[in-house]
Design a protein around this ligand. Structure first.
Ligand code: AMP
Length: 276
């Protein structure tokens, strides 16, 4: 496995690789969710690359950029064990050198939900992913359904800007009790970790309503809200039952719905979703 922090080295390595190339962008502090993306890329592509970059541009003032877990040695061991060929670990100063001033904004899809709670977040995500795609030139790029709005934003960007890449979306990997794996779960103490199962419990209870025939989206949102409110350590940020493509809130559920929520528990801000 080759490791570099340098763009020219990366481009040189990439040029020497023939055949399909799959990219897995990450912010590190890797867990089994990230590993599932890498394994899928490994199974589908001749070469696999990963990036580890805690992207300052996607964090707002007062968010957890400085404290975001960083775990580089175990991350590299994991990537090596999964058969990754090349890892790029850029430093912020080379990603955003003095004078940097170009960004990508996916206007409508980036506005609601996470975009509303975290202004500028998706501008940061879209810009850094565009740069990663330009540097790695992958045939396929792998992302998790865990970040459902991110997937919608990036698919739109790839289509709108004609990036010659296929966006592959991988299922959310969960703990046995349903909590979606996330690097931010490390912020939770024992009581908060227990409380954090409320996100998935809330989504599942709305899904059950849907399966019993409920198509009123407001009823589904209310179901999610009432489960979240039953957990004293959880503070709801938003609850959504939206069209998976436009992310507009639905009144009536048609053929599909993205149920999602963001909740604050202790120091952690957690998100989850299920696609029906
Ligand atoms: P991050 O390091 O949090 O930026 O995540 C890097 C990639 O891993 C993103 O595409 C995430 O959606 C994906 N990911 C994070 N957690 C999970 C999970 N529990 N299951 C599947 N994919 C995940």
């Amino acid at each position: 496995m080759r490791i570099t922090d340098n763009i020219s080295d990366l481009r040189e390595m990439r040029q020497s690789m023939e055949g399909t190339f799959g990219l897995v962008p990450t912010m590190g502090a890797l867990h089994a969710g990230h590993a599932s993306l890498v394994s899928r890329a490994r199974a589908e592509c001749r070469h696999v690359g990963a990036s580890i970059f805690v992207n300052p541009m996607q964090f707002g003032p007062g968010e957890d950029y400085a404290n975001y877990p960083r775990n580089i040695e175990p991350d590299l061991s994991l990537l090596e064990s999964l058969g990754v060929d090349v890892v790029w670990i850029p430093v912020a100063e080379s990603m955003y050198p003095p004078g940097f001033q170009t960004s990508i904004s996916v206007e409508e899809l980036g506005a609601p939900l996470e975009g509303k709670c975290r202004p500028g977040h998706f501008r940061g995500v879209a810009t850094v992913v565009a740069k990663l795609l330009n540097c790695f030139k992958p045939d396929r790029a792998y992302f998790g359904q865990k970040d459902g709005q991110q997937v919608a934003v990036l698919k739109r960007m790839v289509q709108d800007l004609n990036f010659p890449v296929e966006v592959v979306v991988c299922p959310t990997v969960r703990e046995p009790d349903g909590l979606a794996l996330s690097s931010r779960n490390a912020y939770l103490n024992i009581a908060e970790r227990k409380a954090a199962t409320v996100l998935y419990r809330a989504l599942v209870s709305a899904k059950e309503k849907y399966e019993q025939g409920e198509r009123n989206a407001e009823v589904l949102r209310t179901t999610i809200r009432s489960v979240v409110r039953s957990e004293p350590l959880a503070y709801e940020q938003y609850v959504s039952a939206a069209d998976p493509e436009t992310l507009c809130e639905l009144q009536t559920v048609g053929k599909s719905v993205l149920l999602s929520l963001a909740v604050r528990i202790g120091k952690a801000r957690l998100i989850d979703n299920i696609l029906i």
